[in-house]
Design a protein around this ligand. Sequence first.
Ligand code: MG
Length: 443
Amino acid sequence: MDRREMLGTIGLGAAGLLGLAGRQEDASAAQYAQATKGLPALKITDVKAIVTAPQGIRLCVVKVETSEPGLYGLGCATFNQRTLPVVSAVNEYLKPFAQGRDADNIEDMWQNAYTSSYWRNGPVLNNALSGLDQALWDIKGKRANMPVYQLLGGKCRFAVDCYTHCGGGTLAQIEQSVRQAMDRGFRHIRIQRGGYGSPHLSKQADFKEAGFGASVDSNMAVRPYVKGTIEMFEHIRSTCGDDVELLHDIHERIPPIEAINLVKRLEACRPYFIEDPFSPEDIGYFKLLRQQTCVPIAMGELFNNPHEWVGLMSERLIDFIRVHISQIGGLSVARKIAALGEWFNVRSAWHGPGDVSPVGHAANAHLDLAIWNFGIQEAVHFNEQTREVFPGAPTVENGYMHINEAPGWGVDINETLAAQFPLPEHPGYWNPVRRPDGTAVRP
Ligand code: MG
């Protein structure tokens, strides 16, 4: 008996015991039943995208139904700026691809769905893939009668420490906003002076006077933003004390050397982290930044390819992983990025604004609970309608996010109610931001 025959005999042993030997398909069924500890095979019967906007933000979740009546899963596929192409990628491509396949083999599904378009990555395909992937984790948890964090190894902490957003047009408004957040129990607060790049501080929009661009385009000059941000940090640090952790998002809107200048000058105010100092096209600047300052850096919100983190982590150039989990392809890949981060002591800071669905926030929180190198979680406020559409959505109290302990993500969707909140008329794209002379600013 050669090695292959011997392995075949061992493999069919279980089938023989069950009286199923003889027919290849029976042997396969027995092996499968043994591998799944006797659970019946679970096939994917339907995959569909559901869109809703109970908070005015375009949310997209994927529902995967299975051959077991009533057993389904939900996954976040929210790409607010391009919702409809994600719906198409789910309904017209992933659905026929996944129907009839095993719901149990999540990693296998991820790998094959990822390459099913041959050309891969990008926010549309990754978000669609995330919807499918997270829904399969939800199903796995429901099948095991466990919350997903248990499948990931259990809890490393009792709840998820969060940061919230504070801002305002003036220093007094920002200070008041920070004090209110501290009163609500937040220990970590992101401060922004107005919108990204503090456009209200930029007075002269020369391009508008010259008739260049469109009336909806906004203006952002570099100098007022840099000066205003330093003023803001100094004011909040001196008035709100040294204990509160302060965060800020540059949002890639200034030239790299100006970002280095800004981050250096913020060092005395001890930021918890500064986010996205450079656009993905400028990651070569991280080495120079590291040589200049020890301010912790968060990066990665715009990355498309999971491999984009490898160099930044292995060279110890960043401190926090900034990832919109659905944008990168779902939980299966996010947990690998987290594991890579652990090797280099880079901590997590999953993207968690309003344009992540409650299902996506639950996925963030389950992963936060289960990984050792958790850093901080961006918190969100769900309005009443959102909580009714998504029963079981995570809650935030005293600056901590809590999940419920229901199997899977613990979040459901009321599809009838979801349909009552259609997508807003505006398709959701961002209008241009320009320098005073009209040059496009790359966010
Ligand atoms: Mg950001």
